[in-house]
Design a protein around this ligand. Sequence first.
Ligand code: SAH
Length: 383
Amino acid sequence: MTDRIVPIDENTAVLRPPSLVAGVGASKGVTADEVLALLDEALAVGGLSRDSMTALATIDAKAAEEGIVAAARQGGWPLYSYPPGQLAAVEVPNPGEAALAAVGTPSVAEAAALIAGHELVVAKRKSAMATVALARIRPRGRLALVGLGPGDRDLVTPRAIDELRRASVVVGLDRYLDQIRDVLRPGTRVLRSGLGAEEQRASSAVAEARRGHAVALVGSGDAGVYAMASPALAIAGTDIDVVGVPGVTAGLAAAALLGAPLGHDHVIMSLSDLHTPWEVIERRIRAAAEGDFVVAFYNPRSEDRDWQLGAALEILARHREPETPVGVVHDAFRPGQRVLVTRLADVDPALADMRSVVIVGSASTQIIAGRMVTPRGYKWQRS
Ligand code: SAH
């Protein structure tokens, strides 16, 4: 899909986006033929296709100029016009004294093209009675924040698949991109990166959307849970559309494997102290403990962070019985999945790692038939 003239053979289909506008100036009495001939010359100089032309633009004083009106009609394009003050405010590469004296703005063709479009692609060209410049319209970009779920393909939502198919640029971590490669359209640009580099991933996704692309920023689970949506939206403005596609987050995936541990009030907490001071994390664990919330720990343990989960469980143990059920789920809905239901007194923190979620029950959580169950907190009433 391009507005450029490209070599084609019998195996090529070229789609023309409606992406070009022509700014037109003319002396009184210009013919439509002269305007169109100059327009075609400008398109040829830029290597651009007339099929991508969408509009002509000029100054108010020429909005009824017969040759310009007829040229627009012949091309099937609308004709836009602007007052001299608006045109004069546009910075152009080739301003002219003559135009300023005649119509009150140093540029008609280039300025009008830049108001109707965004970037000048062919500077002003002149014939005896006309001037033409071409600009390209930048489409409004779209940033989709797409959660891919915990792993298995059938836990990726159909809406996530639709957004990936729609995207012309996909940004994400290597291992997630590998999972969804087959659904991307041929020609989709894939910007892959390794772990870390989060800010760079977020900023390149936003930058691509600003350029007018349909971008999908993908992440595992839900893209807004300890993931890329926050850094991306921290720098995204009103100049792009943003669409969130929720995904099955790790805590829900783990809960489904454990039984129904989240049947009543619960909190999700990350134990990673890379970006949050441990004192803050500890204060929140104490609050969750005092509030008797079921707690789902993300990022429970890694090679460098080996003591935090033990410390967290110790805080909870001060407020909960040793028999409190605990679930440890490793690689939920992925190859190598492990599901363990145990008790607070027995849990070995070394069983958890960076690919695990640990769910600690509340005072009312029970183990029933080997499953972790948190009651809804009310009795079924008989009538
Ligand atoms: N955005 C992700 C979470 C990113 S934080 C989501 O919504 O799921 C990374 C943490 O998520 C891991 O350390 C681990 O605790 C958890 N996690 C992600 N996928 C998991 C899976 N399939 N099984 C178990 N834990 C998982």
